[in-house]
Design a binder for this molecule. Structure first.
Ligand code: PEP
Ligand code: MG
Length: 323
């Protein structure tokens, strides 16, 4: 029984009609990698580097960060690792960085905006990452992405910083991507795609910013629905923009780890789903029991729905493949 479950978890997320979606885990520490692999992860789709800053009383040095990124690459044994540059601000506050008080931190100096204002944070992180890339047995494994992007100039400035560090270290080039988690980025996806190697959609923030619902407000938690058709339409726009430039699109927000969400995202055409390791087996089972053609039809019906509740109700009606 156990052995059979483990064998099931190791199978790819391939639909009955042969469409495969890559499955990543959202994991922050090297010691969490073996568990993620045991659950069926094929790589790490989101490493939140805030944890390096949040779990301690001071700022980690370049050397400490390097050790951690190298540890992740080693634990993954050549599998892909997408590291997200520091995403501080909003709900992620770090006392020892002494950032100024803001009335609306979710709309303030967060993510890429902070990185561009604080080379003392950006540079050591990039140096640590490129040093790890240089040492990695598989030079293709590491990818870097930037959070909270809203405009092309942010991307070009961050890419320039990466290139400067890469050249200084004589390190290999690594794919550079952005989080699509603000409606502006989704709306501009076709243009942004010219400037990046990949997108990763953050449905937690994309939902918050699209619906104007604070992701931490318990009174509104029930309405903060990633399945809201407005969010799904922005995901569609992101996928279409990426396709025009033949760019790869992943999803690393919570929607990717819900079976219905994973089914819809696959139908919308995303290439990868990255989630909490414990969510992987159910998502794989769902996709393996579906036909991609039926998932595309499901996605079309969700895009035409009026409410998240209507999208949820499609669950019962959808026949994604006859058992
Ligand atoms: C997201 O916003 O969906 C995301 C994956 O990033 P975080 O939850 O860390 O903000
Ligand atoms: Mg986010």
């Amino acid at each position: 029984q156990r052995a059979e479950e483990a064998a099931q978890r190791a199978l790819p997320a391939r639909t009955r009609d042969g469409h495969t979606v890559a499955i990543g885990a959202n994991v922050n520490r090297p010691d969490q990698v073996p568990l993620a692999l045991a659950q069926g992860a094929e790589g790490v789709g989101l490493m939140r580097t805030e944890f390096l800053f949040l779990e301690r009383g001071d700022t980690p040095t370049e050397e400490e960060q390097f050790e951690t990124y190298r540890g992740m690459l080693r634990a993954l044994e050549g599998r892909p690792l997408i590291v997200r540059a520091l995403d501080i601000g909003g709900d992620k506050q770090v006392a020892h960085l002494a950032l100024p008080h803001e009335e609306n931190p979710f709309l303030g100096v967060r993510g890429a905006r902070l990185l561009l204002r604080r080379p003392d944070l950006l540079e050591p992180q990039l140096r640590a990452l490129y040093r790890a890339a240089k040492e990695a047995p598989n030079h293709e494994a590491l990818q870097i992405m930037f959070p909270m992007i809203t405009s092309v100039p942010e991307v070009t400035r961050l890419r320039a910083a990466c290139e400067r560090v890469r050249a200084e270290l004589d390190a290999p080039a690594v794919p550079l991507g952005i989080m699509v988690e603000v409606p502006a980025a989704a709306a501009m996806a076709d243009i942004l795609a010219e400037h990046v190697d990949f997108f990763s959609i953050g449905t937690n923030d994309l939902t918050q910013y699209t619906l104007a619902i604070d992701r931490q407000n318990p009174d509104l938690a029930a309405e903060a629905e990633g399945l809201h058709p407005a969010v799904l339409r922005l995901i569609r726009a992101t996928v279409e923009g990426a396709r025009r430039r033949e760019r790869w699109v992943g999803v690393c927000g919570g929607l990717a780890g819900e079976p219905l969400g994973a089914a819809l995202l696959t139908g919308l055409g995303v290439n990868e789903l990255s989630m909490t390791p414990r969510d992987i087996p159910a998502v794989k089972a769902r996709l393996r029991g579906s036909d991609a053609a039926a998932l595309r039809d499901l996605a079309d019906r969700a895009l035409a729905a009026g409410t998240a509740a209507e999208v949820r109700a499609l669950e019962g009606t959808a026949r994604e493949g006859t058992p």
